[in-house]
Design a protein around this ligand. Structure first.
Ligand SMILES: NC(=O)c1ccc[n+]([C@@H]2O[C@H](COP(=O)([O-])OP(=O)(O)OC[C@H]3O[C@@H](n4cnc5c(N)ncnc54)[C@H](OP(=O)(O)O)[C@@H]3O)[C@@H](O)[C@H]2O)c1
Length: 267
């Protein structure tokens, strides 16, 4: 029952898509700080390589960059080939790479719709499908592999922004998580999702002109998320402590969703 045993991710091998910045970097950092080896992906090769070097140095750990476009089946095939040349098994797959698109409903474009659905939903499914052999290998009931899908509270609540495809895609992520979990638990692969609230990142930053103050004000905890918040949850879901948690979407938003019935303007 010691924390160092039940929450350990030491010596595990993780793949974090979109690990070059934002939420993916936070989760990769949590694994690296605790003795895991982590592969990160992103389309921008230089940024991905630089981040892997930076994190390897900061945590005295092995972070490996695989620049890659995860939104096409060819890209997913290349990613699998690269990882499988280096590893015979992976313990943790974090399907984090994601995109958003906002436009007024009258102008909302097919381009934006397809871009977001392709990356947030379709590629999540096909990355998971492709990596099944590496996830299954050596997985047991006592030490199952893990898949963590990054959803969003926008897939649960009605967003304030006109990001229709984003909210629909994240609701799909949450249900896909449950459906996949029911099948893959039979192969000793546990699938869960994290639904983050506001975390500092390029994606959220560009939606709020990099001014997080109104989000801090609206949040019951009077702050936005940090690496410890989402990293800690990822560690729980990846360790012995999370062995009996299957098919869940765990909200990590400082109580925003729980308080969404409150009229904050009257307080
Ligand atoms: N930040 C929040 O408040 C928040 C809240 C709820 C949910 N989320 C979710 O958290 C995840 C990460 O988002 P973020 O906020 O950290 O955004 P971000 O800062 O924009 O990071 C996105 C990451 O994904 C990579 N990426 C984008 N398209 C890709 C593609 N086609 N193939 C491979 N990698 C790709 C990006 O690198 P490149 O651009 O170089 O490809 C980057 O590493 C997303 O699923 C998002 O929906 C975030």
């Amino acid at each position: 029952m010691k924390i160092e045993d039940i929450f350990s991710v030491k010596d595990k091998v993780a793949l974090v898509t979109g690990g070059s910045r934002g939420v993916g970097e936070m989760i990769a950092s949590a694994y690296l700080a605790n003795g895991a080896k982590v592969y990160i992906t992103a389309r921008k090769a230089e940024a991905c390589n630089d981040k892997a070097n930076e994190l390897s140095e900061r945590y005295n750990a092995e972070c490996i960059s695989i620049p890659n476009n995860a939104s096409t089946l060819d890209g997913i095939e290349e990613l699998y080939n690269e990882v499988s040349q280096k590893e015979s098994k992976i313990d943790i797959l974090v399907n984090n790479a994601g995109a958003a698109w906002g436009e007024p409903i009258e102008e909302f474009s097919e381009l934006g719709w397809d871009k977001v659905m392709d990356l947030n939903v379709k590629s999540m499914f096909f990355v998971t499908q492709k990596f099944l052999p590496l996830l299954k290998k050596g997985s047991t009931k006592e030490n199952p592999a893990r898949v963590i899908n990054i959803g969003s509270i926008d897939g649960i609540n009605t967003p304030a922004f006109e990001n229709y495809v984003y909210s629909a895609s994240k609701a799909a992520v949450h249900h896909l998580t449950r459906h996949l979990s029911s099948r893959l638990v039979q192969d000793n692969i546990l699938v869960n999702a994290i639904a983050p609230g506001p975390f500092p990142s390029n994606m959220l930053g560009s939606a709020v002109a990099h001014n997080y103050a109104p989000l801090v004000e609206r949040n019951p905890m009077k702050r936005i998320g940090t690496a410890e918040d989402v990293g800690g949850l990822a560690i729980f879901l990846s360790s012995r402590a999370g062995n009996f948690t299957v098919g869940e979407t765990i909200i990590c938003d400082g109580g925003l969703t729980a308080s969404s019935g409150h009229d904050l303007t009257s307080e």
